[in-house]
Design a protein around this ligand. Structure first.
Ligand SMILES: O=C(O)C1=C[C@@H](OP(=O)(O)O)[C@@H](O)[C@H](O)C1
Ligand SMILES: C=C(OP(=O)(O)O)C(=O)O
Length: 426
């Protein structure tokens, strides 16, 4: 992909459906009694991996259009033993949430994925799921995929997660649906709460007790319609692109603005960006709004603590914004970036330096000194990481010459059509 510099971004647009919510709509729809109608579904590679895995488990998923599905629920006891290995592709969410569900099934299944998935830590879910009684094995004693699981007969636990991770929390809560008694999860900082919200929309009583999020084993899910909002993590690339290009005026319609996901808006505003939420509404328990961004000058900030899980996937593109901000931006407490599709501390720093940016890697984050004029002519490696590809495309818009991004197809994981959309907004 060749990215040409852009003076400004203008117009009214929309982004594809939220990835986290799309995954969960298929998973909970499959476990429900009745038919779940999903609109606004993200037809990205990760969510299509989830659909393929559930079909292998005997669930009929009708694809009415690219973004509209009917999931024919089989109830809590209706999944079938898959006759082949389940392949999650590049999707950590599919692997970890599905493990939670499979932990509750009285059959055997094997899960694998691409090179990146087979490097990512899975002990964080196999450890609590084993405590609940599931039999899980895999490379390095179940810390790495491929993993095999034989579930069933689970007991409820109280789990103190060592990391703020919605994937860990969701895996344990989903397994909790199949356990005897009340399962609870507590985390060091709050992570995205889409599982809790959607479980409630399916009629499950999700409570909070002494800091633990709890579900009762055997709770039945009742099918419901899910309208997936636009993905704020995808919108973030456009938001930052408009924020760093003076003269930009961009509106993105129908974006999910769940407070557990809006860290990027808070931080960009603190940096001085002009961001307004318009037409705020709610659907399926998720808040939605149109987001208007006007370009201007930015100043450096320090980001850490409880804000990090609220913008974890946006840090590569936040780093791009920081190259254009006055002062030293410090991002810390973000060690989790090392175990995403790539080591995003290392890959963000390495690729931004190719534009001439001043970036220093920390053990748990980045130091970025700005503003620096970004130089054109960079040849960018994506490490097959969709967020690195799109963040570097945004840097390319602000560069003084064309940028070449290799392995561009990585963007299809979460934002098919991103290249064309950027082109249309010039
Ligand atoms: O639950 C989810 O849908 C996700 C949770 C986050 O991962 P962790 O739970 O590993 O933090 C996030 O990075 C990922 O893109 C999606
Ligand atoms: C980390 C991500 O996703 P996952 O963990 O599902 O692969 C992401 O989309 O940035």
């Amino acid at each position: 992909m060749r990215i040409e510099p852009a003076a400004s971004l203008r117009g009214v647009t929309a982004v594809p459906g939220d990835k986290s919510i799309s995954h969960r709509s298929v998973m909970l729809g499959a476990l429900a009694n009745g038919v779940t109608h999903v609109t606004g579904f993200l037809p990205g590679a990760d969510c299509l991996s989830t659909v393929a895995c559930f079909r292998q488990l005997g669930v009929s998923v009708e694809q009415l259009s690219a973004t509209e599905l009917k999931v024919h629920g089989v109830g809590l006891r209706g999944l079938q033993e898959p006759s082949d290995v389940l392949d999650v592709g590049n999707s950590g969410t599919t692997m970890r949430l599905l493990l939670g569900i499979l932990a509750g099934q009285p059959f055997h299944a094997t899960l694998t994925g691409d090179v990146s998935i087979r490097r990512r830590p899975m002990g964080r879910v196999s450890v609590p799921l084993r405590q609940m009684g599931a039999h899980i094995d895999g490379r390095e004693e179940g810390r790495l995929a491929p993993l095999s699981v034989r579930g069933g007969g689970l007991r409820a636990i109280r789990f103190d997660s060592p990391v703020a991770s919605a994937q860990i929390k969701s895996a344990v809560l989903l397994a909790g649906l199949f356990a005897d008694g009340e399962t609870g999860v507590r985390e060091p900082e709050a992570s995205r709460d889409h599982s809790e919200r959607m479980l409630r929309a399916f009629g499950v009583d999700v409570a909070e007790k002494d800091g633990y999020i709890t579900v009762q084993g055997g709770s039945q899910l009742i099918a419901t319609d899910i309208e997936v909002p636009g993905d704020i993590s995808s919108a973030a690339f456009l938001i930052v692109a408009a924020a760093i290009r003076p003269g930009s005026d961009l509106t993105i319609r129908g974006v999910g603005v769940n407070p557990s996901r809006t860290g990027i808006l808070d931080v960009l505003r603190e940096m001085g960006a002009r961001i307004d939420l318009q037409n705020e509404r709610e659907s399926g328990g998720e808040p939605i709004a149109d987001i208007r961004i006007q370009g201007g000058e930015l100043r450096a900030v320090t980001v850490g603590g409880a804000t990090i899980p609220r913008l974890i996937d946006e840090i590569p593109v936040l780093a791009v914004a920081a190259t254009q901000a006055v002062g030293v931006t410090v991002i810390r407490d973000a060690k989790e970036l090392k175990v995403k599709e790539s080591d995003r501390i290392a890959t963000t720093a390495a690729e931004l330096r190719k534009f001439g940016a001043s970036v220093e890697e920390l053990e748990d984050g980045l130091h970025i000194t700005g503003p620096t004029p970004l130089s054109g002519g960079a040849e960018i490696a994506t490490y097959h990481d969709h967020r690195i590809a799109m963040a570097m495309a945004v840097a390319g818009l602000a560069a003084d010459g064309p940028t070449v991004i290799r392995d561009w197809e990585a963007v299809d994981v979460s934002f098919p059509g991103f290249g064309q959309l950027l082109q249309n907004l010039r």
